[in-house]
Design a protein around this ligand. Structure first.
Ligand code: TGC
Ligand code: FAD
Length: 390
């Protein structure tokens, strides 16, 4: 892994600014130094490596595009994407932590929060002093979050929150949770719930075969008193959480490229060194087909992500365009992981190489932030004008 060469078959670097390359290279070096050496062990032990939180903050992974006045890195969307790509080259679980902190916790506080909320939370989230999580999914409402049951009642000087969220990344250690719940009229609002509030617990989800280096848990609210100033005042309705997902899905479209690059790089190197029947297996057509298709798909995914980044910078990227990139790029990465694993033969199933870990991680990535199917239906709705969800 220390010799990682990032494929750039179409000289995409020429389309990046000096700042993009600087940000990307800083993230790449940090992942090489701080993540790659420890991540296999963390995944085997099913532990989130908390020691890397400070480094994630230093490379700008917490709120890359949040303005500097709130502690963010003040970068553009392509820089955000490149940081996610480099982190996910290390591990999708680490990228999940960064995605959640940036797009699902900092973004809603920045976009939908009051000035007091921004000042109170954003700088601490940017520095990693506070870690956050995002509670949308419930046991009975995954792809269909609009049906959520979690609710809050107005009790005069506070709200009373009840319900449960499931599959929440970062939940077991998060200091704050951005939670989506319905008011008495059934309108969805975002609430900032803090660890320590009475009636709020975050049990960890065990026995995952995927994203093992990321901590996942539930959020349980049992008559939790929420101060009124913790409601996000500036947007409500399902569109509020879906707006956060647009930003997180954009980061995942880039992140998946990183996982794919690492699998390709590992498989290419192995194929050139591994001798069977007296020559390197890279010299056999069957293995070349796999490798040639991998670099083709990575290149297409890079161009899709870059164009999406340009649109996002101009404020023009649509939800459906983001869905297409998330769906295509994650599917590309999981297929490459499966092929790359085979190129390594038996060695491919061990933790000596990163491929099997990427492959298992990507099984979550293809499901969370909208499943592969849901993103297809979003494209279908966009081109036909007919929603086929229900
Ligand atoms: P629908 O009727 O289409 O929309 C409801 C309202 O929302 C508006 N809207 C949006 N607004 C802003 N941004 C968007 N992207 C929006 N998409 C829709 C829409 O205009 C409407 O507004 P209004 O004013 O008319 O009420 O909603 P629907 O219930 O039919 O659902 C559509 C569907 C299926 C696409 C949506 O529910 C969906 O995307 N489902 C997938 C759920 C999902 O992605 N969950 C992810 C949970 S978080 C997570 O997984 C984190 S993983 C950790 C990590 O990131 O690493
Ligand atoms: P379901 O919605 O029950 O889907 C099951 C199957 O049915 C899928 O194949 C789906 O594509 C299909 N399906 C559903 N509806 C339709 C339809 N209309 N037409 C055709 N097929 C359909 N959520 C958060 O809120 N915050 C988090 O931080 C978070 N982190 C996660 C971390 C991990 C490791 C995982 C695995 C999930 C996480 N999630 C999180 C939840 C994630 O977003 C959901 O798992 C996802 O949205 C799918 O919901 P579900 O698991 O309930 O599956």
């Amino acid at each position: 892994a220390d010799l990682f060469q990032a494929p750039d078959y179409y000289n995409i670097d020429d389309l990046l600014s000096d700042e993009h390359k600087m940000v990307r290279d800083a993230a790449r070096d940090w992942v090489k130094r701080e993540v790659s050496p420890i991540i296999e062990d963390a995944a085997q032990k099913a532990e989130f490596p908390k020691s890397i939180v400070k480094g994630l903050a230093e490379i700008g992974a917490f709120g890359p595009y949040i303005p500097e006045e709130y502690g963010g890195a003040g970068l553009d969307q392509i820089s955000y994407g490149l940081i996610m790509q480099e982190i996910e080259r290390g591990d999708s679980g680490v990228r999940s932590t960064a995605s959640v902190q940036s797009s699902l916790v900092m973004y809603p506080i920045w976009k939908y929060g009051s000035e007091e909320q921004r000042k109170k939370y954003l700088p601490k989230l940017a520095s990693g002093e506070f870690m956050g999580c995002f509670g949308l999914t419930e046991p009975d409402y995954g792809s269909n979050p609009g049906g959520m049951l979690t609710n809050f009642k107005d009790k005069g000087d506070h709200y009373l929150l009840n319900g449960a969220k499931m599959w929440i990344s970062n939940a077991p250690f998060a200091d704050i949770a951005v939670v989506w719940a319905k008011n008495e009229e059934g309108r969805i609002h975002g609430l900032i719930v803090e660890r320590g509030m009475e009636g709020f617990t975050t049990p960890e989800t065990h026995n995952k075969w995927s994203l093992r280096a990321s901590a996942t848990g539930e959020l349980i609210f049992n008559d939790v008193k929420i101060p009124k100033e913790n409601l996000l005042p500036n947007k409500s309705g399902l569109g509020a959480p879906l707006g956060c997902l647009d930003s997180a899905r954009f980061g995942i479209a880039w992140g998946a490229i990183g996982a794919a690059m690492d699998c390709y790089d590992t498989a290419l190197r192995y194929a050139k060194e591994r001798i069977q029947f007296d020559k390197p297996i890279a010299g056999y057509q069957l293995q070349q087909k796999k490798l040639a298709e991998m670099i083709t798909e990575i290149t297409k995914a890079q161009l899709l992500a870059l164009r999406l980044g340009q649109l996002k910078n101009e404020g023009k990227a649509t939800t459906a365009q983001i869905s297409m990139a998330k769906r295509n790029n994650v599917d590309m990465a999981i297929k490459i992981a499966r092929e790359a694993r085979q190129i390594l033969g038996g060695m491919g199933i061990t933790g000596e190489y990163s491929i099997m870990r990427h492959m298992m991680n990507l099984e979550s990535v293809i499901t969370y932030e909208g499943t592969h199917d849901i993103h297809l239906l979003i494209t279908g709705m966009d081109i036909t004008g007919i929603a086929a969800f229900k």
